[in-house]
Design a protein around this ligand. Structure first.
Ligand code: JFZ
Length: 602
């Protein structure tokens, strides 16, 4: 073993070069942005709280259950303000206990709390002087829960943060959204509402509650660049270190906010956050028992961290100020997992591998990589591809037992392989973590390689894009979209060590168009492609009648089209090309191409 290792180290040396992928946030000379962002980058996990008078109807109005999130009930049921605003007179959560809410977030391992100071319904959940339509002046409760929460966050060492809906305000004639009562969705005088309600209220929440970690604006809609900038400047003028989320609009945020429950396909070099629900509503909804499992939540947190983001997980307390039991239970269980495995989450950075391995997710810290194993290998061997750094030690997190491993280097294919001997059963039923201690910064090859099972997955986000002049085709963080030009094509180069016959499939998902009431998901199909690999050609179609649904996570649905078989004759480096033959839609391929998969046929 010792000799073998020495030999391998020698084999690695020429391969180590300087183009090591440095995760963001690791730079030595911190800029002011780095300094302001640090707590956020290290935090990884926060609690979102959607609490408002919408918790009283809790998704039902006049005996009818409305689809979608409960905080949208006023809009969905087109409730006039004269019928909605009296809900405030019934809102009296006398047993509200800020301490227990924040203690729960602490126990869950969360580092910040973001709560709705004012949602789209326009009702301020704090004592506002700018509008009487607030929890202190308009309810029998009369307390300012935000004061109590700010205190509790201070006590437990969590960052206190506010959500604020800056465009939609269904209570105000000049706010955006209330088309059923005022004239249409675009207000007559948005600027007036912006000057007279938004700015004064933002000033209040940044002045009266101590240091605020971040402000979470939402649905930027009609915000002009000038308005977004003015608002961001106001925040920074009042509290220079307060961060602003991406939904302030016009790219004026300090970090990017993903679509709700959305995750990128790979590690993403920027600051970002995904807001996520535990069931399918943000506000408390009586009828929604569609809870994600603890395992799914832990895995989502791990996935987000491994891709460089933060996971902002939501609870919707009831009108009596109780956090629903299913949420409480899950949060405590996530916290239990984090107490053992937190080292592999907090303060880590995105994986140096752009695309996760097929068995799980990876995070890193200086001199370490953490392997989060979702699918524990039955063979007792876990294979990690592409790590050129020398591994000094491998241990199971939790028990801290050392595990044996071997490093190999396959010159011809340019493959580096670490194979780790693991116990037959996973140490943790949710996610087990193996910590690799490295000599130096991880030096990683991002060459696409065949996975441990023999499967080769070619993700859209790492395709070589051959774009024809003037074409709109582009990558977003999940795949390829707006592929309209028939002269655009994609290719991937990959290394395969285990030849054979492979079943080929395409993974796609819906695109959404429009916004507000016109927003919808579409999936247009019928497109034909030519797929070629080493002289073999497959005609394949993205066809909605042939597709099958696959759920890679509780948040995603991929549509899978099986398109045929190819053979990889011998170990080697190959190139696969995908060229359109017939694109039928004006929306480009009418879906997002997430991946192409080659699965060994037994
Ligand atoms: C918004 C709100 O409308 C909703 O009530 C909740 O507060 C949520 C956190 O944010 O809903 C959105 C906003 C943006 C997207 C989806 C839902 N998006 O970009 O996909």
């Amino acid at each position: 073993m010792k000799l073998n290792r020495l030999f391998m180290l020698a084999a690695f040396l020429p391969a180590i070069h300087s183009s090591v992928l440095l995760p963001s946030g690791f730079s030595q000379d911190d800029t002011d942005k780095d300094r302001r962002m640090r707590w956020f980058r290290d935090a990884k996990f926060g609690l979102f709280i959607h609490w408002g008078v919408y918790a009283i109807p809790a998704g039902e109005w006049k005996g009818k259950i409305y689809p979608g999130a409960s905080e949208w009930i006023m809009y969905r049921a087109e409730i006039p303000t004269k019928d909605y605003s009296p809900l405030a007179r019934q809102f009296n959560p006398v047993s509200f206990d800020a301490d227990s809410w924040v203690r729960l977030a602490k126990e869950a391992g969360m580092k910040y709390v973001v709560i709705t100071s004012k949602h789209h319904d326009g009702f301020a959940m704090y004592h506002s002087r700018a509008s009487k339509y607030n929890i202190v002046d308009a309810t029998p409760f009369k307390r300012d829960p935000m004061k109590e929460l700010a205190e509790a966050c201070k006590k437990y060492g969590l960052k206190f943060c506010f959500y604020y809906s800056q465009t939609q305000d269904w209570y105000e004639p000049n706010g955006v959204g209330n088309y059923w009562e005022f004239d249409g969705e675009s207000p007559k005088n948005f600027q007036e509402y912006f000057d007279e309600k938004v700015k004064p209220q933002v000033r209040e929440i940044l002045t009266n509650y101590g240091p605020i970690g971040l402000i979470w604006f939402d649905t930027p809609r009609n915000m002009t660049a000038a308005q977004s900038k003015e608002l961001a400047d106001l925040v920074h003028q009042l509290q220079p270190d307060c961060l602003v989320d991406g939904r302030i609009g016009n790219e004026m945020g300090d970090y990017k906010t993903k679509g709700d429950n959305r995750l990128p396909s790979g590690a993403t070099e920027m600051d970002w956050e995904t807001p996520a629900t535990m069931n399918t509503s943000w506000g408390f909804k009586k009828s929604d028992e569609n809870w994600k499992s603890t395992k799914q939540l832990i895995r989502a947190l791990v996935e987000v961290a491994s891709k460089g983001g933060n996971y902002l997980l939501n609870v919707g307390p009831t009108a009596e100020a109780t956090i629903p039991m299913p949420s409480t239970e899950r949060l405590k269980q996530v916290g239990e997992w984090l107490r053992i495995h937190g080292e592999s989450i907090y303060g880590t950075r995105m994986s140096p591998w752009t695309i996760p391995p097929e068995w799980g997710m990876i995070t890193t810290k200086p001199g370490r990589v953490y392997l989060h194993v979702f699918d524990w290998p039955k063979s007792g061997k876990l294979e990690l591809h592409g790590l050129r750094s020398r591994v000094a030690r491998a241990t199971l997190l939790g028990t801290r037992t050392a595990v044996r491993f071997r490093q190999e280097h396959h010159e011809a294919l340019g493959l580096a392989l670490v194979s780790i001997d693991v116990p037959p059963t996973p140490p943790d039923t949710n996610v087990s973590v193996i910590s690799l201690e490295l000599e130096g910064t991880p030096d990683v090859s991002n060459r696409i390689q065949q996975g441990q099972s023999g499967t080769i997955t070619l993700f859209g986000i790492v395709a070589d894009l051959h774009k024809s002049p003037g074409s709109r085709i582009r990558k977003d963080d999940t795949g390829i979209r707006e592929w309209v030009g028939k002269d655009d094509w994609l290719s991937w180069e990959f290394a395969a060590a285990k030849p054979g016959k492979f079943k080929v499939s395409l993974g796609t998902y819906e695109v959404s168009t429009g916004s507000g009431r016109t927003r919808k998901n579409i999936y247009e199909a019928g497109h034909q492609f030519a797929l070629s690999l080493g002289g073999q050609e497959l005609r394949c179609a993205v066809d909605s009648s042939q597709r099958r649904v696959e759920k890679p996570s509780p948040y995603f649905t991929d549509f899978v089209n099986e398109v045929g078989e190819v053979t990889i004759p011998a170990p080697g480096v190959y190139s696969l090309q995908l060229k359109p033959e017939n694109l039928v839609s004006t929306q480009g391929i009418g879906c997002v191409l997430r991946w192409i998969r080659l699965q060994p046929v037994k």
